[in-house]
Ligand binder design. Structure first.
Ligand SMILES: Nc1nc2c(ncn2[C@@H]2O[C@H](COP(=O)(O)OP(=O)(O)OP(=O)(O)O)[C@@H](O)[C@H]2O)c(=O)[nH]1
Ligand SMILES: [Mg+2]
Length: 175
């Protein structure tokens, strides 16, 4: 792993409701904060080298008609990123339902590290990460998990989250 052959490649599934900011977060992690975004159709592949790993992102569409794809892609991955629009209070319940549906899918890997981004912290009515730790009952799952507040608009908080994920993945044995 690493050295002359480059950083270890890890597969990351990025999910969350439409408009939560998944594509914007990936752009910001790549320092492309001002890239224009459009709703993702199906999914996009993207990658970034950071924190000693080569992250291969599968950036899924969050639109209702595509959410069934999430669980198909949830096998053979090294980490999961779940993105929430922290200001979209009306849809917190739907985000929670989709989160539970995925984690409670039969065969879902209970060792998989889960990074939750409470995105859009720049918004004045955003809920903080602790709110989502409680609301999503993160502690009730065996998976290592953590919620980080972040903003794809300002870039705040995103690296801290990815650094946590990198550390957790490197603690788990490679597949
Ligand atoms: N204020 C604010 N707006 C954001 C932030 N992140 C994303 N947005 C905006 O939210 C909208 C949706 O962003 P996307 O990145 O396309 O969201 P997505 O989760 O990829 O959406 P789908 O691909 O449809 O599932 C865009 O208008 C972004 O500019 C943020 O941190 N703060
Ligand atoms: Mg998208």
């Amino acid at each position: 792993m690493g050295g002359a052959f480059g950083k270890r490649k890890v597969q990351i599934l990025v999910v969350g409701l439409d408009n939560s900011g998944k594509t914007s977060i990936i752009n910001a992690l790549k320092n492309e904060k001002n890239a224009t975004v459009a709703p993702t159709v199906g999914f996009n592949k993207d990658s970034v080298e950071k924190f000693n790993l080569n992250f291969q992102f599968s950036d899924m569409s969050g639109q209702n008609q595509y959410r069934g794809m999430w669980e198909q892609y949830a096998t053979k991955i090294d980490g999961l990123i779940f993105v929430i629009d922290s200001s979209d209070k009306i849809r917190f319940g739907i985000a929670l339902d989709e989160f539970k549906l995925l984690l409670e899918t039969q065969g879902f890997n209970k060792d998989l590290p889960i990074l939750v981004y409470a995105n859009k912290q720049d918004s004045p009515d955003a809920q903080n990460p602790q709110f989502f730790i409680d609301y999503f009952e993160l502690k009730k799952y065996k998976n290592p998990s953590q919620c980080f507040g972040g903003s794809a608009k300002t870039g705040v908080g995103l690296d801290q989250g990815l650094e946590w994920l990198s550390a957790k993945i490197q603690q788990v044995k490679p597949k």
